[in-house]
Design a protein around this ligand. Structure first.
Ligand code: HEM
Length: 536
């Protein structure tokens, strides 16, 4: 053995030894930390495996492919922690140990009083490959503030209303495509279609671009979808899929395509900047807001964009595309799903639309284009959207616990430590807790019109300064889609084959939420689509 080989073997040995020492030190630290406090609200803790056994148990009772947030209400109930609304979970080394916050008041403290920073360890494995570092969703501090201040005006209702005509056009395309499929009585992958629609809308709102993915694939969106498909699967412990050797190459390839396409769009708008700044055009896409601020800072008279700004602006466009499409597309699917099981609620929604837009459903597009404010009259439809987001929140918030930051139980005064932990503000367990909602597993849009909604107990967009910037856009586009489609189609979700453990339902629901970057309807919700009987 020559000297070089010996040297390399020595280095490898040191590396392995270091890793082993670190592994056991962490193991000891976390297991000891969770066991040393007898009052810590948590499921039974194993001295060696922490809560991994508890998770393995719950996995047998629920579908194997279910989204991790769906486990939470069952865990809280099973281990008597539902009333406390808080649960510590030690999943190390599979995941970072965490405190699950499932109480409205404690969530209020974390998001609105302490305004905890985002947990980059937990977010970056999804958001970095999709958008890049320092994106608006996972950034904190000054970087986050800078971009949020730039984009806030673009997401204000007043501004978004100016974009409604474009949103209506994309929805009309959706209707045309769905009509063709309905006439053939086909089974469609509904989520695929609603995703193309929401991507087209977000492309228009953010980039002023006609991505037109409802008709044909677009390079940017294909690379984006490929990137999502390469994300490591959280529910799988198969080392081949978790640490796939091709993943870094695919990440690099897709990022290159996405950044090139968006960079070209940004450059084009930069070149057109003079008319853009002087036009006083009311319906500005988000991309122009970034450029305007930049140009104002630079005094408006510069030949080229600096690379740092360009890179960061592209990152923000990517994060808008990610955060702005699949959350809304799943919401639309679940609206159709629940209404198909509640004909009396569908009838009430259709009647509301008839009362606002007249009985010829084709008029809704024109009327909304001329007067977007008509959607403010869609009270029952709005109640439906709120109810769907209560039952099927597509996203949640993960924050970083901090030294000296405690959450205080308002009833007992007990203090919950957050230091070193992920703080998971999971809205689902709050949304289905019968301490706050009557019959929480039932679809009851009427509760939004008749009942008093408990304070802070509805948080699908989270609350506080880090609440979803796109929540008004999501409400607007969902209302437009409802106005144009509810009276035209009957859509019914098909049952799908069970996952490997044979469990195919969650509380009687077969279209349960699975993890695919966000929480989405299982299998893309394959559905039978028909023209609604009154227009056949
Ligand atoms: C039904 C639709 C939507 C739901 C349920 C939803 C939900 C959420 C949630 C839970 C957060 C995390 C807040 C936190 O960590 O505290 C968030 C953040 C965010 N969402 Fe949405 N979202 C939706 C639609 C949209 C749309 C249409 C956009 C458009 C661009 C968007 C852009 C963002 C961005 C940029 C953030 C980060 C905001 C920040 O940290 O300043 N979302 N969203």
């Amino acid at each position: 053995m020559d000297q070089l080989t010996r040297g390399l073997m020595y280095l490898a040995g040191v590396y392995v030894l270091q890793g082993t020492v670190r592994f056991f030190a962490n193991l000891y630290y976390w297991r000891h930390r969770f066991r040393s406090d007898p009052d810590m609200p948590q499921p039974p803790h194993h001295w060696l495996l922490g809560h991994l056994l508890v998770m393995a148990e719950i996995t047998k009772e629920l579908p194997l492919d279910v989204h991790p947030q769906v486990h939470l209400p069952f865990l809280l109930e099973k281990y008597g922690l539902k009333d406390k609304g808080v649960m510590y979970l030690d999943l190390w080394p599979i995941g970072k140990p965490m405190i699950v916050v499932a109480d409205p008041n404690l969530a209020h403290q974390a998001a609105q009083v302490h305004v905890l920073d985002k947990d980059n360890d937990a977010l970056d494995f999804v958001l970095k490959p999709l958008s890049g570092p320092d994106n608006l969703v996972s950034a904190s501090g000054q970087i986050w503030k800078f971009w949020r201040t730039i984009f806030n005006p673009g997401f204000a209702v007043q501004h978004l209303m100016t974009l409604v005509p474009g949103i209506v056009r994309d929805c009309e395309t959706f209707v045309e495509i769905m009509e063709k499929r309905a006439k053939k009585g086909e089974v469609i992958d509904l989520e695929k279609h609603t995703t193309c629609l929401t991507v087209d809308i977000i492309g228009r709102v953010v980039l002023d671009a006609e991505l037109n993915t409802q008709h044909k694939p677009h390079e940017l969106v294909e690379a984006f979808k490929s990137q999502i498909s390469w994300l490591p699967p959280v529910n799988s412990y198969n080392p081949w899929t978790r640490w796939h050797p091709f993943r870094p190459i695919m990440y690099w390839r897709n990022q290159r395509i996405m950044r090139r396409v968006l960079g070209d769009m940004l450059d084009r708008r930069f070149l057109q900047r003079d008319p853009m700044l002087s036009s006083g055009k009311r319906s500005k896409p988000i991309i122009d807001l970034a450029l305007e601020t930049y140009l104002k800072e630079k005094g408006g008279n510069i030949g080229s964009m600096d690379e740092e700004f360009r890179t960061n602006a592209i990152t923000q466009m990517l994060v808008f595309i990610f955060a702005g499409h699949d959350t809304t597309s799943s919401t639309i699917c679940y609206i159709f799903h629940q209404l198909s099981h509640h004909p009396e609620k569908m009838a009430r929604a259709r009647k509301e639309l008839n009362d606002i837009f007249g009985t010829d459903h084709a008029d809704a597009a024109r009327m909304l284009t001329e007067n977007p404010l008509l959607m403010n009259k869609m009270e029952y439809c709005t109640a439906i959207i709120r109810e769907i987001l209560r039952m099927y929140p597509p996203a949640s918030s993960v924050r970083a616990g901090a030294k000296g930051t405690y959450l205080k139980d308002p009833k007992t005064g007990e203090l919950y430590v957050t230091e070193g932990l992920t703080v998971w503000l999971a809205s689902l367990p709050v949304h289905v807790n019968d301490n706050y909602w009557d019959n929480p597993r039932e679809f009851l849009p009427e509760r939004w019109l008749e009942d008093e909604i408990p304070k802070d107990a509805w948080r699908p967009f989270e609350r506080g300064p880090r609440a979803c910037i796109g929540q008004e856009l999501a409400m607007i586009e969902t209302k437009v889609i409802m106005a144009l489609t509810l009276r035209r189609f009957d859509i019914e979700a098909q049952k799908q084959p069970p996952p490997a453990n044979g469990v195919n339902e969650v509380s009687g629901e077969h279209v349960y939420q699975v993890l695919a970057a966000s929480a989405k309807p299982k299998g893309g919700m394959p559905s039978v689509i028909k023209l609604a009987s009154r227009i056949i």
